[in-house]
Structures are given as structure tokens and as C-alpha cells.
Ligand binder design. Sequence first.
Ligand code: FE2
Length: 387
Amino acid sequence: MSELPVGPLSFLLPTRIELGVGLAERLGKLSAEAGYRSAFVVVDPGVHAAGAADGALRSLEAAGLTLTLWTRLQPNPTDVDVEAGAAALAEDRKDVIIGIGGGSALDTAKGIAVLATNPGRVRDFAGNGNVPNRAWPLVLVPTTAGTGSEVTANISITDVRTHDKLALRDPNNYAKLAILDPALLRGLPAPAAAAAGMDALTHAVESYVSVRATALTKLLAYDATRRIGASIEAFVADRGDERHATEMLYASCLAGIAISHTGTGNAHAVARALGGRYGVAHGVGCGVALEPVMRFNSEAVRDDYAILAQALGVADPSAGSDTNAERAIRRVGQIRAAVGLPEQLDVDVAAEALPELGRWAADSSGPNPRPTSPDEAAELVRAVVRA
Ligand SMILES: [Fe+2]
């Protein structure tokens, strides 16, 4: 594992985590025990239509909670939808906000919870540490294994006017309770499982080498990498496999806790640059960018990648860091291909657009371990889209 000495560190996770197969059926009981008698339930419309939230909704009703159902949200949550949800909640106060779905539903629920106690527009609270009051009580129930949004302080919301991806990062955004039920992943289509799983793998790898990593976050990121590496292929092939679904849901939660403390890196920067303007799904963008980004970062974090080769089960104990780092990078590419993601995205990006994309990506490089110029970031974007 990590050679990182224990330095000064700060770690906060105010979210209670409950994991178990079939736990969503006990959502009502858990909510009633927490003292909630009414709930504003934010559900992904696709999840709702497929009936995946039925057990959870039935259990809330059976426990006597009064419900308002809110399904107005989109794949990239918008400030307009979040503000509409907050206005609906203000008219019809409920004891708790419950989010059920993938990252988009969870982030929409989180955004509504922030506005419920912080009057204003979403964009007023963007940035680091700009949410003055603790969010409204919030329970999050992920139906994908990927974003880890159920345990992060970050909320991603698109400003529809400017197309900017706003990031609201504040300890006041944490949920009270995260319910991890692997049975909810059963209905996930394979491509969605692959994209979310690659997002989680990207969180784990980028957190491990983040300049803000600590001994504690490395522990989480290493174990998340190990579990995802061992389970992602089998899980994408069969989302109903309880053992692999549990591994993926647990590992994506670990990786979420890790990135909430360390931030992410260049794969996320590239995915963000392509997400807002070209509609590339977050997990797909991250999954395709991870391998070239690791290759770019390798000179700065070769020893760390060699350790991740152990986590991924491909280390050669007789070889040096160079070889093992390369083995980790190759394994990531192999996983990407095995779950059905291409080496390059079929996105039409004009060569003239690359410098600006590079500037955006370099701007959101964050705690990436190798400093990245706009030209270098443009090269990373080009490697991913074949411009
Ligand atoms: Fe992500």
C-alpha cells in the first residue's frame, strides 16, 4: 500500500451509511425511526417508469409518511429544475428530501436541499464553501454504482443560461443518510452500468494520485480500485449478480468518500470539457480519458501507479515501477474495452475548437498530480476524440 507518511489531515463524513440487499424496502421504517413523517421524494423519471423505486415508495407509504413525488430532472441536472423543485418544496414543506436514482437525481435532491435552507439561486452558492446553512435533511438512495454522490459534499448543476457546470462544494451539503441497496442495480442497462462503473474507477484512480490525497483517502481509493478492478466486468455482464453488485456499490461509495476529500484530476477535466458542449456522458468521458491521462501523469506518479497495479492484480513483483505503472495503465484500458467503451469517442470536434477545450480542461485540472498547460490539456482532449 501507500508509502505516504501520516501528515496533518482533516476528514469529515457526517453521512450515516447503511448497506444491504433489500434495504430500499425498509426505507419507510428507517425514515419513520429518524422521526420523519413526510417526504419530498426526488426520483429519476426513468427509474420511476421502470418501477425500480416502487419498493421504496411503498415502504414509505406503509410507514405512514405523506409523500410528494418529484420527477422533474435531467441527465445533467439544471439550475432551472433545482430551483423549480425548491419552489415546490417551499409551498409544500416536508420533513425530509429523499433522492432515488443515479447521480443526476441525487444531485438534484441535494441542490433542492441546499436551496431549502439557503434562499437564493443555485449560482449564488457555487464554488468552495459558499453554502452558509446546513442543507435540509436529506436521504440518498443510489440506483447506480458510480458517482458516489450519496456521500460527497459536491453538487454538479448546469447553469442553463451559460452552459457552465456549477460545482457547489460545502460540508453543509452532506446527506444525513445513504441507503446502499445492491438489489436496486438489477434493472440497470449494461451501457449505463459500464459508464457509471468507469466513473467510479476514475474516482478511485484520480483520488489515489491527487495532490490532496492523505493516508486515509489512499486507503479508501486503493480498496475501491481493487474491488472495482475485480468486479466491474462481471457486474456489467450481469447486473443481477448480487455479489458483484454489492462490491461495485460499496466501492463506488468508498471512491466517493475519497474524492469528496481529494477532488479528481485530468480525466474529469477532459470529461467536463466534452460534457457541457458535446453532450458526452460523464462516465463515458471519464472512462475513455482515464488511460491517456494516466499515461500523461505517469512521470509524476509512477510509484503510485505501480501500487495501483497491485490493487488491479497485474503487478509483477520482479519488475520495477516503470513496468508496473505501465501494467496498471494497460489494465485500465483493458477494463474500458471489456465493458464496451471505445478507445476514442465518436464526437465531431473541429481542430479549431481544441485550444478553447484545452483551456477549459486545464482550468479544471484541479489537484491533478502533473501540472497541465492548456496545450497539454488540448492534446489529452484530442487523444480522446480523434479531432
Ligand atoms: Fe465522476
